[in-house]
Ligand binder design. Sequence first.
Ligand SMILES: [Zn+2]
Length: 341
Amino acid sequence: MPELPELQALVEGLDAALAGRVVTGARQLQPAMLRTADPPLAALAGRPVTRVWRRGKLVLLEAGGEDPGERDTPSHPTRAQPDQRDTPSQTTRAQPDQRDTPSHPTRAQPDQRDTPSQTTRARPALTLVVHLMQSGRIALAEASTRPGRAVALGIAFAGGQELRIREAATHHRASAHLLTPEGLAAHRPLLALGPEPIGLAPEGWRAALALPPAQLQTALRDGRRVAGVGRCYATEIMWAARLAPLGRTDRLDDDAWARLARSADAVLGQALERARREITTALPNAERRITMAHGHAGEPCPRCAGRLERVSFSEYELVYCPACQTGGRRYADRRMSRLLR
Ligand SMILES: [Zn+2]
């Protein structure tokens, strides 16, 4: 599952590739992906991408309300409005990039900008919020290539490229929401997110995780407490900070919070540097990560050479070093102990 470093590298790459480019069309190939109906996906057509960014594990593609090309002509004080498309007295002509979007057959023309009687009002920007979850992926592809069955949503750009969001799993957990500025401001998954972890001070970590008390490994992966950390980097951060995964967050002392803050910066910062070298405009199916503990159960701890142990939960396992993190204590296998009960 992509986490903060991979997603941050991706949005930086996509922003560099797409900012300023005009959306020529959008299509939905799997209806389950897009969870909003208004505004329609077709409303993205004709809009330039203003930025691609990330918050937690959410990828946000923002498309401006301005007309294509307007960025270069800021001196025009007046611009035709979209709601004038129904005014019968105006001549209407589809713009070249809208030829294939019959839902916008009539829109005010660029040459009406200079008509003094018209007022200026930009269309509200639209933001596509994508949550990839476990098996969703994003890639900028050549539009001429076959999308493949897993592609759920495609956004086409002038120049023949398409941003494709796919969901490989059958349970369709990945989601997309197309939102107006008001919708974005009220979008619960976004509002509920805790602070970003990189650069968060020890006090910020304490405020985010200590209360209500929880197991550290659970709290670290809860995006409402701190955003963007999943199983892999939670494991890595706890190993780096020498913190017990099943320890309670309300019992950590000042030194533990300081270690947590420092380790999160180091682990996520290094992973981000690595991800930037490997990820630009496409997320790989499986992350190529360099990890110290995650995925290394049974191997020697890189710090103390003791054996890394695993504790298994129903859906995942967590790796830790008893010598470094739990004072030598080995956790019972959560799966086994439930079966044996
Ligand atoms: Zn160790």
